[in-house]
Design a binder for this molecule. Sequence first.
Ligand SMILES: *[C@@H]1O[C@H](CO)[C@@H](O)[C@H](O)[C@H]1NC(C)=O
Ligand SMILES: [Cu+2]
Length: 231
Amino acid sequence: MLSLATLALCSLLVSVHAHYTFPSLIVNGATTPAWVNVRKTNNFNSQAPVTDVTSADFRCYDSQTSPTASTITVAAGSSLGIACDQTIYHPGVVNVYMAKAPSGNVSTFAGDGAVWFKVYQITAVTNGGSSITFPAQNVPSVSFTVPKNLPTGQYLVRMEALALHSASTFQGAQWYISCGQVSVTGGGSGTPGPLVSIPGVYTGNEPGILLNIYYPIPATYTQPGPAVWSG
Ligand SMILES: *[C@@H]1O[C@H](CO)[C@@H](O)[C@H](O)[C@H]1NC(C)=O
Ligand SMILES: [Cu+2]
């Protein structure tokens, strides 16, 4: 049950920090302008998180914005970054997923079905129960190498930053999400997988989603989602 004190503390916390969004990509070292190559998310003003992993907004968080983004070219084997509007304030972990547009045009691709594979993650660092640290916390961006043998084509790139500071109750975990649009050139003949649906990939009860990161300090941490496909 939420006590008045808890509610007061929550509003205090909300007032002393802003949440965050991921409105830009970083391609060839250049950060794209906000919401140009990334579909504008519902929280572009509020910066509020998604907490229901089964909601349609868990995919790209854009049900209210009807976004049209343009697609940016990125070479297979090169670095692709995703930039925060500030820094990732909360302790937590990161997963980046991609999905290939079957029509060849990602602008009209909703990302339905079991089409998503994980290309990158930043997990928590534990050491048997004496400490837990979060390398993704306070960073302004994340970047990864687009797998060299990813097939050429257009893809959605979905960033998810999972904030774990209040994850000890169901739906207490907070998700900061956005989907960018990229055209991968010079790719190969890899078969990305395992493929998952989003929403569908999580229930919210996973040990890496429903946990208390403060006490007792977790001895281990299990990153949610499938294994990373690195080509
Ligand atoms: C992709 O789809 C968008 C939205 O319908 C359209 O504006 C654009 O011209 C299409 N691009 C190509 C290369 O067909
Ligand atoms: Cu916050």
